[in-house]
Write a new protein. Structure first.
Length: 192
């Protein structure tokens, strides 16, 4: 064997083995939007959307979700709130869009070897506030959602992301359902 080939052989083997290790395909999730729903036509000149929640990277795992909870809460305001008046303002504020992960106790000993435990609990809390001021009148409503979901220790990354996607989707459906009841009831005078 030529000396050059002998010298390159270890590097070629490493490259060959490394090329065999392809990461798994990441699952693609649909974007969570509310464009399919009728917007609330508000008698105001403009709608302001305020990102009032700043996640603490040490305590918030929203970045593990396929979409950030705050971004989906913002999307709700963009899709559902429409200014159709000549004066006044509606301020939609995302006050909380927090996701946390809590490790759960696991079985030990023989049971730990034969039993698959729920390894973590994900908690999602979303709170949004809509305040409307127009024509000397004002009103406000608040929508909230709080959901939790556990995951098994043997879940793949794709399975875990699917659980987080469903958790966020259902949580925002909760917020949407609340706002659909609250806005006509308490802000009906501002609807057109």
């Amino acid at each position: 064997m030529p000396p050059l080939l002998k010298a390159l052989l270890p590097a070629l083997l490493v490259l060959g083995l490394a090329s065999c290790k392809t990461p798994p395909d990441r699952q693609q999730f649909p974007e969570i939007t509310f464009q399919h729903l009728q917007p609330f036509r508000l008698d105001v000149a403009k709608v302001e959307i305020v990102d009032g929640y700043q996640p603490d990277p040490a305590n918030d795992v929203g970045n593990q979700f396929p979409e950030a909870p705050a971004a989906v809460a913002r999307q709700w305001g963009e899709d559902r709130l429409l200014a159709v008046g000549g004066q006044g303002v509606a301020v939609y504020t995302i006050t909380l869009a927090k996701a946390t992960q809590t490790p759960l106790p696991r079985s030990t000993g023989i049971t730990g070897m034969t039993h698959k435990d729920q390894s973590d609990r994900f908690d999602l809390q979303i709170t949004v506030n809509l305040e409307v001021r127009s024509g000397g009148k004002s009103g406000a409503v608040t929508g909230q959602a709080s959901r939790s979901q556990t995951v098994r220790e043997d879940m793949t990354l794709n399975q875990r992301e699917a659980v987080l996607f469903r958790l966020l989707d259902v949580g925002m459906k909760d917020v949407n359902a609340q706002m659909e009841k609250l806005i006509p009831r308490y802000l009906g005078g501002f609807l057109r």
